[in-house]
Design a protein around this ligand. Structure first.
Ligand code: SF4
Length: 344
């Protein structure tokens, strides 16, 4: 009987979050060591090395094949005008899959394929961006046979550690969160969760010290140090230090093309809406923990934003840099450990 049929996850139709806006302006941050550039398949690695022998190889930190960066943190193929030399000379198809895809992603659900966007690039967070349309980005999330490729498949939603919802039960709850994130309410109030919960078998100070110790000369390491430093300040009143802003030129470019300013509330609200929409959290934990985890990163991000504004940064840029940092750190193994220790 049709009514007893179990709903499968689907990649079509392609679905876009209402209110999501993005296009690539070539601000250039995504082609740097703000994150590991990869992973590459063995075939992609061989193709990149055929173009430039120094460009790719095994990376012990990521335990995978990755693109290599120059001393300034940029990918070997990143040109001075922020264009990709592989793309310029051989076309979009010649780039590794991860490069074609970023900052987009796809999650298969019973309703269709949700297009997701990462917020660590100012192309996603700053300026007057067009509405995201599935037809404009379809090529980036499909394979050579024009089939959308899902990063994850989510069928049911873990609301708490004990309660799961059917996808159709989750959708109206989620729609209400997303509507409120784009409004005027205080974001922490919408999340309705207390930041910095007790960490099992550790402390925030210990974790923050590890974050600061992760500084390794990359932009990622500097973002880790900012977040670690901010945790120490918020938790223990430590005096803040400024770990530097090596990503400044990418945000300078974004600011130069963005005469219209947004509020910091809009930048953070847009990020939270996509964090919920992405359903990354539904893969290995639940919405209760996600709200607490997001409330914690929001508190860190808002403090960083205030510090940056205090040092003279335009408010929307300060918020965009802060979102970049809390997203980069949120994707790291260091934050996975923090989330594991938040579990009750
Ligand atoms: S290969 Fe091209 S798109 Fe990929 S990181 Fe390098 S410069 Fe950027």
């Amino acid at each position: 009987m049709a009514g007893n049929k179990k709903k499968k996850t689907e990649v079509r139709p392609l679905l876009v979050r209402p209110g999501a806006r993005y296009t690539c302006f070539g601000d250039g941050l995504c082609c740097t060591d703000i994150h590991g550039i990869g992973p590459l398949t063995k075939k992609e690695m061989a193709e990149m090395r055929r173009i430039d022998r120094r460009s790719a190889g095994w990376d012990d930190d990521h335990e995978d094949y990755m693109l290599k960066t120059e001393a300034d943190g940029g990918c070997v193929f990143l040109m001075s005008d922020q264009r990709c030399s592989v793309h310029a000379q051989k076309g979009l198809e010649a780039k590794p899959d991860g490069c074609r895809r970023f900052p987009l992603g796809l999650v298969a659900t019973p309703r269709g394929g949700r297009i997701t966007t990462e917020h660590r690039c100012p192309c996603r967070t700053m300026g007057d961006r067009p509405e995201l349309r599935a037809e404009d980005v379809e090529a980036s999330i499909c394979d050579g046979s024009k089939r959308p490729v899902a990063d994850r498949r989510i069928k049911r939603i873990p609301l708490t550690s004990k309660k799961q919802l059917k996808f159709s039960e989750w959708e109206p709850i989620e729609a209400e969160y997303i509507r409120r994130f784009s409004g005027r309410e205080a974001l922490l109030g919408i999340l309705d969760a207390k930041p910095f919960p007790k960490l099992h078998g550790s402390s925030w100070e210990k974790q923050a010290t590890e974050f600061i110790g992760a500084r390794d000369g990359t932009q990622f390491g500097v973002a880790m140090a900012w977040v670690g430093d901010t945790i120490l300040t918020l938790q223990n009143g430590h005096e803040t230090r400024s770990p530097g802003r090596p990503w400044g030129p990418a945000f300078d470019r974004a600011q130069a093309r963005s005469p219209k300013k947004q509020s910091s509330r809009d930048v953070f609200g847009d990020w939270l809406a996509d964090e919920v929409w992405s359903l990354k959290w539904a893969d290995d934990y639940n919405f209760n923990l996600a709200r607490t985890e997001l409330a914690t990163r929001l508190a860190i991000g808002e403090d960083i934003c205030a510090r940056l504004e205090g040092s003279g940064a335009r408010l929307d840029r300060a918020a965009a840099e802060a979102v970049m940092m809390v997203e980069v750190v949120g994707e790291s193994d260091y934050w996975t450990e923090v989330k594991d220790r938040m579990r009750i």
